[in-house]
Structure formats: structure tokens, C-alpha cells
Design a protein. Sequence first.
Length: 385
Amino acid sequence: MLRYLSAGESHGPALTVVIDGFPSNVTIRKEKIDEQLRRRQQGYGRGYRQQIESDEVQVTSGIRFGKTLGTPITLVVQNRDFKNWSEKMAPFGDKPENLREIYRPRPGHADLAGAIKYDHEDIRNVLERASARNTATLVAAGALARQLLEHFGIQVAAHVVELCDVKAAQFPDTLEELEARANASPVRCADEAAAEQMMARIDEAKAAGDTVGGIFEVIVRGCPIGLGSYAQPDRKLDGRLAAALMSIQAIKGVEIGLGFEAARRMGSKVHDPILYSGTRYVRSHNGAGGLEGGVTNGEDIVIRAAMKPISTLYNPLPSVNMKTKEVEPAAIERSDICALPAASVVGENVVAWVIADAFLEKFAGDSLEQIEDAFQAYQARVSQR
């Protein structure tokens, strides 16, 4: 079983993730992790923080000469901005006399609930950890996992399909072209006409001191039949994927395949007729999104996540000062106007992590060689069915 713990604050010295359960002898390229971290920082509508940081992973355990050891892997991403916050985020010593504490929670953020839950007066104690800056650890862990998946021919890609009221309508025929167009787009949208309108919406929001969200789609290709299980609720892969995506900051909804559209159709227009191609079972249109009963069916996994607009508004909503109980404008923190393109990258890597976990669950082994033996034996057995 793959698992990890992450730690770190937005303006602290560094973000850290410790990964356990990763098999030995998997070849890992540092530049592939750094590439995913770089992609997370990009996108139209991002704020000034991305100009300060230039995320790069440091590996402090678990990898030697480019191969995993089977022991815990520690990945560290330094916060360059910490040099400007070293006094305000110091782990020891007295508070600086000129420290600006925050008492006005932002609607939609963890500020108020977190301050009450943990008995904090200064809301910075909440927002530093609740910040989406921590998604760098999700991406770092996922970037490691996807290198395992790539070894077995499993691809993961994401693109933006909707931003505010603008929907993409034109999609390439192949996953490779979809990925290439998304990577070339400032908003990670493969529909160029829609992408232009999306950027216009971001500009409008910026001018109004507002923010915008949207929907991204993650596609996984190459998963064998049989990942996940219907035997217990917590082993269903669709539930695990939904939970992982919902754990990303600002994600408020998840759907798989036809998703909510399936509720609006008759059953005959939802379920996929099962066909046989001569070598394998196939579905005619993949309305199930690659998952039936919480188990992969061999088709592409197609999953979408809805991201709300970011909570920090430069034209802030009313809030309450937690010290005085007076109505005041919510606090303003340096933030983005739109982080949807970045969220799609985070979503890619979060999904990669869950798929890798399910893959190792199915093809258990302490080393890559043991996993390969189990995978090949299973594939041979499936081909006989």
C-alpha cells in the first residue's frame, strides 16, 4: 500500500513529503518531478508568488543512483519566499513587535473554521497550512508515482473543459494531441477558441477584483481490467479517486464518465453496450468513464473535477473581525485570479498517485521485478478470457 505524509507551511522554509510503500528498483528521473512542479506553477491568472518561486525537488532519502531502494522516500521543495518571512514564520522566539496578525476570515476559506477548531487567534496559523501552496507536495508525490505507471504503459493527462461560463467544444481525436494542445495553452484548454474566451473572463475578473473557477478533466489510458474492488466500499476505485480529487484545495465536485448527465438520461442511453473486438472486450462509448462497480474495465478512466473561484478577493466580501466582532472587509492575501490550469496539473498527479496505489495493490511486490512478474502473469490470464 502506497501512503505519504506531507508537511510545511506556505511561507515556511520548505514543503516536505515522505512516501512509504514504493517498490525498489524503479528508475526515477529528477527532471520529470521538476517538470510537473514547473507545470503546476504556470497558467493564465496566476499571481506574483509564482514569479518568486522556482520549484525544484530535493531527494533526501529512498533513492540511490536514480533507482528507488524500497525504503521511505523523502522529497523536499524549498520555499524561496521564506527569506522574506523568516521573522514572521520563525519556529522559536518572540513575536516581532510589528507583526501583522489576521483576524478577518475570508469567506470560502478554512480561516474561520480552522481558527475555532485549533484555538488560534492569528488566522495566519490556519491559512499557512491550508494554502494551495501545499499542492506542490501532491504533485511531487504524483510525479514519482506516474514514473512507475509509465513503465507499465499507463498514461495520465488533463485539460480544462470549462472556465466560468465558457465551455470547450472542440477536442482532438488522440490523447497525445489533446495533451500537446493543453500543454501549449495558457489556460490548459485544447479548444483554442474557447481558450481565448477563458482568458478574457480571467481579465474581467481581475479588473473587478474578483476570481473565477471551472472544470478540468483527467484521462487515464492503459489501465488493465481489475484495479479496485467492489468487495468493500473503501476499496472501490471510483470512491478513492473522488476522495483524492476532493482533497485538492477549492475542489467542490467530482464526476466520472457521464457523471451527473447520467441522471438526466434513460438507462439505454447511459450504459455501454459490451462488444468483443476479437482480442478483448470493449465498450461502444465509455459512458461509465472506465469504471464499473468501482473496478477498472479496460477503457479510459475519465474523471472531472469542479473548482470553485479562489477565496481571496481583491474586492473583498464582508466578514467579521474575530477580536472585535465588528463587520469588516475580509482579509486580503497575495493570491491568484484563477488557478484552474494549475489545478488540472495537480489533478493529474493526484489521480496518478491513486492509480499507482491500486496498481500495486493488484500486483503486489517489493521490487519492480516482482511486480512485472505478477503483471505479466495476470495479463496472460486475462488474454485467455
